[in-house]
Structures are given as C-alpha cells and as structure tokens.
Design a binder for this molecule. Structure first.
Ligand SMILES: [Zn+2]
Length: 490
C-alpha cells in the first residue's frame, strides 16, 4: 500500500516480455512437465493480452474521435483488436462531445471478462482430466477433502492450478485477506462434507479411515519483503505465517469441540513467494503439529534433485522429505506433500522459462475486483483482487483494501474501478437464483453507498453476474452500472 504513488499499470503488455522461453528444455528440472507448462503459458498469455490490449486500443480510439466515419472505423478497430464491438450509444456524436473513455474502459474490461469466463466453462482450457484420479490418490493418502484458503491477493489466484498443479475442480478454494479464513464457514463445510459421507457415501463412505485436510496459504515477496508481502499482515512474513497457523488450529479446535467421538481434521501450512511462485511447505510432525518457522523450501528441493533420474519423481521427493525431517507425519501426508512439491517444481521452471525467474509485475496489477461468491474461472495470477463476502459491511475491510489498490492503479489516472459482483447458487435449491440475483443488487447498492464519491464521479462501475454451479453452467449477466440498453442484455 505504501507504494500507491508508483502503482500504475505497466504500459507494456505482459506478452511483450514473455514472447519466448528463456530456458531451453534441456535446462529444465527432470521432473518438470514441459508440455503442461507450455499449455498453461499459452492460456495465461492469451487472457492477459486480451486485458492489456484495452488501454492501447482506447488511446487510439481517443485520438481518432474527430475523424470522418469515426463510428464505423471504431467498430472495425474494436472487432479486430479486442474481438467484440462497442455499444453504439457510446460512440455517437463524438464530433460534438468528447468520448466517455471511462465508460468505454469499463465496458471493455467487462466484455473481456465475460468472454474469458464463457470460454472457461465452454472449452475448459485448464482442465487436466485427472479429477477422479486425484480424488483416488487423496483418499489413498488418508484424506477425503482438500480445502485450501489462500490470501485474497490476486497474486495467489493461480495457486491451485499453476503453483500446486492440482485439478481445480477436485479442490475447494476460498480466499480471504491474509488467509484469515472464516472458522464458522469452514466448520459448516466440514459438517456438510461429513453429512454427505453418511448419507450419500460421497466422496467416500463415512467409515473409511480418511480425514478432512485444511490448508492455509500465506505469502511473501523475496525481492521486496517489506512492501510487497501480505498487506493484511503489514508485509511481515512471520506474522503472516503465525496468523495463518493460528487460524488453522482454531478450526481444528472447533471441530474437536463441536463433535465428539474423536472428530478431528488434518492441517497443512504453505507459504508462497509471489515473485517466483516458490513454495514453503510446513509439514506437520508425527503428532500433527506444525511449526510456523520451519519448512521445506521447494527451491532447495529443485536444486538438490536437479540431476535425479526422470522416473519415480514422487519417490525421490518423499526420500528427500524423510531425510530433511526429524519427526515425520503419516506416510499419506508425506505422499501428498511429495505430489504438491513435484507440481511446484514444474511451476518454478514455468516462471524461469516464461518470466525470467521473477515476475515483472511483482506488485499489484489486477484488472478488476471480483466481489461476492464464486469465480471458479479465475485461476490466473494478478488478474483479480478477490473480496469474498456475503455483505459489504461484513467484508468492509477487504473492500477497502481493494478500492485502495485500484485507486492507485486506475482512479488516480481518471479510469474507473471495474467491479464484477458475482453470486454462485445451486439450482436444486428452490428460489436460490432469485436470492443470488437479489444479493448482487444489494451488494451493488451497498458498494455505491460506501464509495459514493467514486460512484458520483463515474469512477466505479459494476457488472452483476450469477452462476448455477450445480450444473456447471456459464455465468449470466443480471445487471450493470453501464446503462446502455442494448449492451448488457446477453
Ligand atoms: Zn495477503
């Protein structure tokens, strides 16, 4: 936050510096899945470039607004540069009055997000087809659910699919500022999970000897530890780790106190260096206890195993873990840890291959705020600042942080802050869709009232969406602050 003055979106589209890998394939770690790396990179580049094309496009549009045949030329340019047309009402009479670039900007961001979101649910670009295999592996390790709470910071939004290389549909992700997840919400999820095991045998039978595994992911920045770490913990890495661990223990305590008969859960703490995606794994000991100051460093593992034979990656890593730890957790936890670390080795090489070993955008460069409940389609780094909340009042702190970040990125330059308000619902619950839509509108009104100065100056724009997550449907638009008749009725 202290760097607000210098927070401006990089003028260079990310693809510019990422055009080619800087490591040849034979310099990669033997365990790195290079075909997967190139597929993940193609997706990241495609989405990031779509967003970064918006500003240069609007600059060109602004410069040509007084030229003859402006409207037709503008639409032609929008189609070729951005892949969609602009609302005609925003282009008319440009010879009399200046173009409303702020509204055009918000429209372009929302349209780009909608197209990315539709593509995600239609063609599943990040699916790896291994959901069932992963679930079977998880159960073999002694767990039936993997529930991950990263920090809400946009630089951790890719933690499931990229950093840990897990199938995103087989893992629960719910982000909170500072990884300070809601214990009551987690307890409710735990109860629901155990109830389904009893009633439906899903994901496995209730008498199977497996447990619920809760993971918290905190973060730090190795190059600028004092200002680019976690804002919620004053950029203090140890504080971030201690607080996340405390929250994990509270959750375990909550389960143990609320349900008898030996009910408990397993815990895992992960730290992420947002400069290069290297993880720190704080493994529990034989008694399930975690030490927030001792961890396995994936970069050290990368170095130590770089000459290993290509086969048996997870066995090599398990052996490494056993050699490093004095008190080992269960064999299943070691196996799971080996898989997470193995995935992270690919990601370390990914950053080395395509981002010169350290991201250019080590600070905030998100394109929009995502507010509400949902956003499964956002699995990319530094695209979205999340504010998961039921009401603006409850999530006031997260929203304030988000608006502050975007004041530096957008509002100080006169560009509006784009906020996508979203509620996912289950269509098998009667009335759920109407309630989700109602919540979107309530949230929109509360946001405008809390940040009325921004709203009155045209510096806050919203897109309202709902999604039926039980049918794996696409998200639907149910409203927008851009009152342009024809444009939001998709
Ligand atoms: Zn954070």
């Amino acid at each position: 936050m202290q760097r607000q003055q210098s927070m401006q979106r990089s003028a260079q589209p990310p693809g510019h510096a990422l055009a080619s890998g800087t490591l040849s394939n034979n310099a990669l770690h033997p365990f790195t899945r290079s075909a997967e790396n190139s597929r993940l990179f193609a997706y990241e580049q495609q989405v990031k470039q779509a967003f970064s094309a918006i500003e240069p496009f609007l600059q060109r549009l602004s410069a040509m607004q007084h030229e003859a045949d402006f409207e037709a030329r503008a639409q032609q340019l929008a189609s070729s540069e951005l892949g969609f047309e602009l609302p005609a009402t925003l282009l008319v009479d440009s010879w009399i009055k200046p173009l409303d670039i702020g509204q055009l900007y918000a429209w372009c961001v929302f349209e780009t997000f909608r197209s990315m979101s539709d593509d995600f649910f239609d063609s599943k670009p990040l699916a790896d087809g291994d959901d069932a295999e992963f679930q079977a592996f998880l159960e073999q390790c002694g767990f039936h659910t993997l529930d991950v709470s990263p920090c809400a910071d946009g630089r951790l939004a890719h933690v499931i699919r990229y950093v840990l290389r897990l199938p995103y549909r087989a893992v629960r992700r719910k982000s909170y500022a500072g990884a300070m997840f809601d214990v009551d919400d987690s307890l409710q999820k735990w109860s629901e999970t155990e109830m389904r095991r009893y009633r439906e045998g899903y994901p496995n039978q209730a008498d199977a000897p497996t447990r619920y595994l809760k993971v918290a992911v905190y973060h730090h920045s190795s190059s600028q530890p004092n200002c680019e770490g976690c804002a919620a913990h004053g950029s203090d890495t140890q504080r971030a780790a201690d607080a996340a661990l405390e929250r994990l223990k509270d959750f375990r305590q909550a389960v143990e106190n609320s349900f008898c008969c030996g009910a408990s859960i397993d815990l895992l703490l992960i730290g992420l260096d947002t400069d290069n995606d290297v993880i720190r794994l704080h493994l529990p000991d034989a008694d399930g206890e975690i030490d927030a100051s001792s961890y396995i460093d994936a970069a050290e593992l990368h170095q130590a195993t770089k000459s290993a034979s290509t086969s048996g990656a997870e066995t090599v890593i398990s052996e490494y873990l056993k050699a490093q730890s004095s008190s080992l957790p269960s064999e299943g936890m070691v196996q799971l840890a080996a898989r997470l670390l193995c995935g992270n080795l690919s990601q370390i090489d990914y950053v080395r291959q395509y981002h010169s070993g350290c991201y250019q955008d080590i600070g905030h460069q998100e394109c929009f705020i995502g507010m509400g409940i949902g956003f499964e389609e956002v699995q990319l780094r530094n695209l979205t600042y999340f504010a998961y909340l039921q009401t603006v009042e409850e999530g006031a702190k997260d929203m304030d942080v988000g608006i502050k970040i975007f004041t530096g990125l957008n509002a100080n330059r006169g560009l509006p802050i784009p906020v996508v308000i979203r509620y996912d619902y289950h269509s098998h619950v009667p009335g759920a869709r109407a309630r989700a839509e109602g919540r979107c509108h309530q949230m929109d009104a509360a946001l405008r009232s809390r940040f009325s100065e921004y709203a009155e100056r045209g510096l806050l724009h919203t897109l309202l969406m709902v999604r039926d997550c039980s049918n794996d449907a696409k998200a639907e638009t149910v409203g927008s602050s851009l009152k342009l008749n024809e444009q939001v009725a998709h």
